[in-house]
Ligand binder design. Structure first.
Ligand SMILES: [Zn+2]
Length: 206
């Protein structure tokens, strides 16, 4: 346990050496000129699915919001507090990202709890949160199928935000559904024209 923690602290020191110290400080530029990420990602909290690591990004490249089972909730301007929606608004309206990636993954614990449906009240917050995408259970046999189906649900929810829909329709924003397989490391991208998930290639990024 301590070794693990020491490694994390060591990682921080490496980060400072690489990105902060020296003449060409990336962080100094980002502080002076602000962030201008082109890509926003909605990802799961899962420790195996860190978007910046999977896509080998540098600081300033990805604007990320993570939540259990990478869910986009529907647009609800109802006076309640909406953390994911606030992040979407900041990324899409104010940072004006060009790509919004909904990044699902295999073996998702949040999706598994939805599929197994262990019953109400066995946890404080999880069941209620993942119930946003409960319709994905209907057309899925396995948890991974449910996770891929849930991406469609989140996709539709994303389009319920008027400023996302407007930018997608005008071509200013590209909305992607990606599914990361933990064991193989392969990302599958949903192709609307084929109505199927196919392995992501350089061409498939746009
Ligand atoms: Zn997950």
């Amino acid at each position: 346990m301590k070794q693990n923690f020491d490694r994390i602290v060591g990682g921080y020191l490496k980060f400072r050496n690489k990105y902060v110290l020296g003449d060409r400080s990336i962080m100094e530029d980002l502080a002076d000129y602000g962030q201008k990420p082109q890509v926003m990602v909605v990802a799961c909290c899962d420790s195996r699915v860190d978007p910046a690591l999977v896509m080998q990004c540098h600081p300033g490249e990805l604007f990320v919001v993570r939540n259990l089972a990478n869910i986009v909730p529907p647009y609800q301007k109802d006076g309640a507090i909406h953390g994911v929606s606030a992040a979407l608004e900041f990324g899409v309206r104010f940072l004006q990202v060009k790509h919004l990636i909904l990044l699902g993954h295999s073996q998702c614990g949040g999706i598994q709890s939805l599929v197994q449906e262990a019953g109400a009240d066995h946890n404080d917050f999880i069941d209620r949160w993942v119930s946003i995408i409960k319709s994905c259970r209907a057309d899925a046999i396995t948890a991974d199928e449910c996770a891929r189906s849930a991406l469609h649900h989140s996709y539709e929810n994303a389009l319920s935000f008027p400023w996302i829909k407007e930018k997608v329709e005008s071509g200013e924003l590209l909305l992607h559904r990606w599914f990361f397989d933990i064991k193989t490391g392969i990302i599958l991208s949903y192709q609307e024209d084929q109505q199927a998930y196919i392995p992501l290639t350089q061409d498939g990024q746009v």
